[in-house]
Design a protein around this ligand. Structure first.
Ligand code: ADP
Length: 638
């Protein structure tokens, strides 16, 4: 196939433009990105050649750097897996495979990007960082097992060209035609071997393949011609095998960026080793920011890497962590698994299960520690990953107590996020229940009529807004023997807080109003399953309650959004017997049980209860019409 020119995707072109115009204060990171890609390609080749001997490289797997001062180029070569022409088009011409829409949105807003350049790292744009330092980039690549190679070339300005090429061996060479050195603009001389070596030591020392470069050797005799020889620049020490005391935070953070392709430091790290029947070491990280695809399950990539005796086996090894911890990044290195272990084997393996159990415990403990000792960081963590952690509450009882200990939420106390432990600590002796309300907006919930009695009695209610809350809160879980009770579901039992006298008054009122309640129920029977007197209301006239065991409106919405046909669940209308409106209706009803105005009053009462909780009217036009009629009556001059 001959040379072809392609346009970059629109987002890509915009990204390049932004990057080139110094999005990053630190241009040096391009080398870390290219070395990481090369190292990934070597991992893939090593793994592929375990099962397919013909894919084995002739020489040792390594990364070769070369500088040319005259031509002002720096090249990074690997004898890794390489790419076919189609793969070049797919991988290098397109970016943000996983979050294209969000990414396009992000790129539209230059301000947002300037504020948070780290967001870019989440889209896997590593290769493009070449253009931070180069005004032209060429790549020659040949896929292992294929005989032809392809050359890619671009100035990063809208298009790139691909043509057929020659390459003696499988692998990839990327050549950067460097921009002019400009110290003020963060551009160093990347043709200076010392500069390159320093960067490799700083960012890529732990890469497990040798990174070599030709370096001038010290002359043994005076006036001798300079001689050159390859030197290995990195120590290749697997960072997780070194005693933690010998590794600096900086080294750990660079390693995190290498494995996660993130651009910012992690929030926390967990180092652990298993000894005994099975031996394994793990170095895990909790990122600061969730990738955009964390909550699109099938798109999420890159979990924990699996190594066996320091040899890379696979990326994104789902078997090592339960899916609710899919945001954790890092490495697990097993001493006992076979080198040719397959996904199928991993799924059944007893050892893998033991490792998983151990890691879950360590991660949950670390998070608990974060919650107790680094509260500001924990809040960052919870905002990003809380919904994922709560998915863990749906996966069986094994860890529930500990996971519940991680749960934090807003509450009616309005003092920021509260843990369940905080809630219990402030709970009066003798109360057995943790009250909560779940909905879509904290602000709307704070004003919800459902909370009136709680506020009056000074009972704290936790406020939940994530979709997953609707589900786990229905699982009858207990935290330290206390159960969770919804403030807008079922019969409310806050009697223990109300006096005997109050109770007798409520019962008497219920008797007086029974005729009206029944009449309203008959009028609303298409929407409502029951009308009763409320123990929750003090100011509002009415509110809607989901019956015990019924599906909540939010849950119905989740189900509908996932494509399931859902008949609407009828709810319970609770009325405030002391409210002037109910008293006025009572008077009308006593005077004439078939007073026609009771009809529209009932409809409006139902409608406004729905609106007050942030719900949607099934027939807004009819509601508006009835309201207008009433307003006409009210506005008439006496
Ligand atoms: P990321 O590495 O975050 O996926 P990049 O833009 O750096 O994003 O690379 C895109 C893809 O191009 C990689 O996922 C890989 O498939 C391919 N690639 C990049 N560099 C190499 C290389 N040296 N050898 C083989 N494939 C490569």
């Amino acid at each position: 196939m001959s040379a072809q020119t392609y346009e970059f995707q629109t987002e890509t072109a915009r990204l390049l433009e932004l990057m080139i115009h110094s999005l990053y204060s630190n241009r040096d990171v391009f080398l870390r990105e290219l070395v990481s890609n090369a190292s990934d390609a070597l991992d893939k080749r090593r793994f592929a050649s375990v099962t397919e001997k013909s894919l084995q490289a002739e020489g040792e797997l390594h990364i070769q750097l070369a500088v040319d001062k005259e031509a002002r180029t720096l090249s990074i070569s690997d004898n890794g897996i390489g790419m076919s022409r189609e793969e070049v088009v797919a991988n290098i011409g397109t970016i943000a495979k996983s979050g294209t829409k969000e990414f396009a949105e992000l790129l539209k807003s230059k301000e947002k990007l300037d504020e948070r350049p780290d967001l870019i790292g989440q889209f896997g744009v590593g290769f493009y960082s070449s253009f931070l330092v180069a005004d032209k980039v060429t790549m020659v690549t040949r896929k292992a097992g294929e005989s032809t190679a392809s050359a890619w070339e671009s100035t990063g300005e809208g298009s790139y060209a691909i043509s057929d090429a020659e390459r003696v061996e499988a692998g990839t060479t990327i050549t950067l035609h460097l921009k002019k050195v400009d110290k003020d603009d963060g551009l160093q001389d990347y043709t200076d071997p010392w500069v390159v070596e320093a960067l490799i030591r700083k960012y890529s020392d732990f890469v497990s393949y040798p990174i070599r470069m030709q370096k001038e050797q010290l002359a043994t005799e005076e006036n001798a011609e300079p001689t050159f020889a390859d030197e290995t620049l990195n120590s290749q020490k697997a960072i997780w095998t070194r005693p933690a005391a010998d590794v600096s935070d900086e080294d750990y953070n660079e390693f995190y960026k290498h494995v996660s392709h993130d651009w910012v430091d992690p929030l926390d790290r967990v180092t652990t080793s298993m000894e005994g029947t099975f031996e394994a070491k793990a170095l895990l990280f909790i990122p600061k920011k969730a990738p955009f695809d964390l909550y699109h399950r099938d798109m999420s990539k890159r979990g924990v890497q699996l190594y066996v005796k320091r040899v890379f086996i696979m990326d994104d090894c789902e078997e090592l962590l339960p899916s609710y911890l899919r945001f954790v990044r890092g490495v697990v290195d097993s001493e006992d698994l076979p080198l040719n272990v397959s996904r199928e084997v991993l799924q059944q393996n007893r050892q893998v299960r033991a490792i998983q159990k151990h890691l879950v415990k360590k991660i949950v403990d670390a998070l608990l520690n974060l919650r107790k000792n680094r509260w500001d960081d924990y809040q960052i963590f919870w905002r990003e990953f809380g919904p994922a952690v709560k998915e863990g509450l749906l996966m069986g009882p094994e860890r529930n107590d500990k996971l519940l200990d991680l749960v934090v939420a807003e509450s009616t106390k309005d003092v920021g996020l509260r843990s369940l432990a905080d809630y219990l600590a402030d709970m009066p002796e003798g109360r057995e229940q943790i009250y909560y309300l779940s909905g879509t907006s904290i602000e709307a919930m704070r004003k919800s009529p459902h909370l009136e009695a709680f506020k009056k009695k000074g009972i704290e209610v936790l406020l939940f807004t994530d979709a997953v809350d609707e589900i786990w809160l229905q699982q009858n879980l207990k935290f330290q023997d206390k159960s969770f009770v919804s403030a807008n579901r079922g019969e409310l039992d806050i009697q223990d807080e109300s006096s005997e006298e109050d109770k007798a008054k409520e019962d008497a009122r219920s008797g007086e109003l029974s005729g009206l309640l029944l009449a309203i129920r008959t009028k609303l029977q298409d929407e409502i399953k029951e009308v009763r007197l409320s123990k929750r209301l003090t100011d509002s006239a009415a509110c809607l309650i989901t019956d015990k065991g019924d599906m909540s409106p939010q849950m119905e919405q989740i189900m509908r959004a996932s494509g399931q046909a859902m008949p609407p669940t009828k709810r319970i209308l609770e009325l405030n017997g002391e409210h002037p409106l109910i008293k006025a209706m009572e008077a009308r009803f006593t005077a004439n049980p078939s007073d026609p105005s009771l009809d529209s009053f009932s409809q409006l009462l139902h409608g406004q209860a729905l609106l007050a909780e942030g719900g949607q009217l099934s027939n807004p036009a009819a509601f508006a019409e009835q309201l207008a009629e009433l307003m006409v009556l009210a506005a008439r001059p006496n």
